[in-house]
Design a protein around this ligand. Structure first.
Ligand SMILES: [Zn+2]
Length: 404
């Protein structure tokens, strides 16, 4: 259905620059995130019963109190920051009807027809893009706008029964810090959702298990001219080590449900090489297997390059939320019923990445799957949102609340 303020809300949010900064350890990583937080705080004051603003860490919470006893407390979360990969400064949104073909959005940026998912279904729909020199920020301001429209709906329809509805707008998701200071005191939910997915129907309750880390090769340097039998070359050892990984276990050689090992960055010299890497797989045994493969490659390298030290420094980053969500089968049921009620076909595709919901699922042992926003081409100047799909996302979350 139409949601009167959805577009205006969205346009006003994307104009606030909230590009997070991976090189800043502080939360929020960019001062500009406060500007959107303050705006949302004011907006929530008109829409909900309780607003809590953590003005130190830049978190905004809202609670619309229940008007019935027999419904569960449901939470919705979207992140305020945008990707560090593209500029978010002076976003100048354009709104137009899509009539097919490539879209020239300005500054030489073209969204190709072939890059538009199901483009024939999008003819005549309302597109929102940036102007070719910045990202749009539908990731995740479309999610925020959709959540706000859901709250507007219940404000305007006080007779619709609902349980406690919690919302949380968080900073720094794009740099993996989104739930760092998320305080469950202000988000007392039975289950919740991130509204941070992409195209219409997307529903994610599965994501990668993730290990991030570093491998340190230590060598021993002497003058190259007199290196015979003395030098231990960490550069050559690390290069041999990397060559042992075949393409079918690399990021660029895998898709769908396949896991991978990805070498991110490398730095060093004969004495010492630091290799950054990530390991991803949907199952824990799969992750273990990739891990063992690295161990094997490491001992093989040590055997070939005598005297070279190899240290694996690996850390769990996040885990597949499916394991937790499966403990709460009622959540899936609510979502499926809600989708049915509004004639929406759900598309479940495992996320080849992580979400704040995945991290929160594990931290709090609650179900926190992810719902589509209606945005596409995230982290790019070619990012766009489809208003009618955003409306459907609002419809779905309204329905979820009603069926909670
Ligand atoms: Zn996002």
């Amino acid at each position: 259905m139409k949601h009167a303020h959805l577009l205006d809300d969205f346009l006003s949010f994307v104009k606030v620059n909230t590009r997070s900064n991976p090189n800043n350890d502080k939360t929020p990583s960019f001062e500009g995130e406060f500007n959107l937080a303050k705006k949302l705080k004011e907006l929530l004051k008109e829409l909900v019963d309780e607003v809590f603003y953590d003005d130190e860490n830049c978190y905004v919470y809202g609670l619309l109190k229940k008007n019935t006893e027999n419904k569960r407390c449901i939470g919705f979360n979207s992140h305020m920051d945008t990707s560090p990969e593209e500029s978010g400064e002076n976003v100048n949104p354009r709104v137009f009807k899509y009539e097919g073909g490539d879209i020239e959005i300005g500054n030489g940026t073209i969204i190709k027809e072939e890059d538009i998912v199901d483009f024939s279904k999008k003819l005549g729909k309302t597109f929102i893009t940036a102007s070719g020199d910045t990202l749009l920020g539908a990731d995740d301001k479309a999610g925020i706008a959709n959540i706000i429209s859901m709250l507007r709906y219940f404000k305007e329809h006080p007779k619709e029964s609902h349980g406690d509805i919690y919302v949380a707008f968080t900073p720094d998701e794009e740099i993996g810090q989104g739930i760092k200071y998320l305080d469950m005191e202000h988000f007392k939910i039975d289950f919740g959702f991130t509204v941070d997915g992409s195209g219409i129907g997307e529903y994610d309750d599965e994501n990668f298990n993730a290990i991030n880390g570093k491998i340190i090769f230590t060598g021993y340097n002497v003058h190259a001219g007199s290196a015979y039998k003395k030098m231990r070359n960490a550069v050559r050892a690390s290069s041999y080590f990397m060559s042992l990984l075949d393409e079918k276990h690399s990021a660029e050689g895998t898709k769908n449900r396949e896991g991978y090992i990805h070498f991110d960055a490398i730095e060093g010299d004969v004495n010492k090489v630091e290799l950054e890497l990530i390991i991803r797989d949907f199952t824990k045994p799969g992750l273990e297997k990739l891990n063992n493969m690295l161990e094997k490659h490491s001992s093989e390298t040590k055997k070939k390059f005598k005297g070279i030290g190899i240290k694996l420094n690996l850390k769990d980053a996040y885990s597949n939320m499916k394991e937790i969500i499966d403990r709460f089968p009622e959540v899936s049921k609510v979502v499926e019923k809600s989708a049915d009620n509004i004639g929406l076909v759900l598309k479940r595709t495992p996320i080849r990445g992580g979400t704040d919901g995945a991290m929160l699922s594990w931290r709090e042992k609650i179900a926190m799957p992810n719902i589509f926003t209606g945005g596409y081409n995230f982290h790019s100047k070619k990012e766009y949102a489809v208003l009618e799909e955003m409306e459907k996302s609002v419809d779905l979350i309204i329905e979820i609340v009603k069926n909670g």
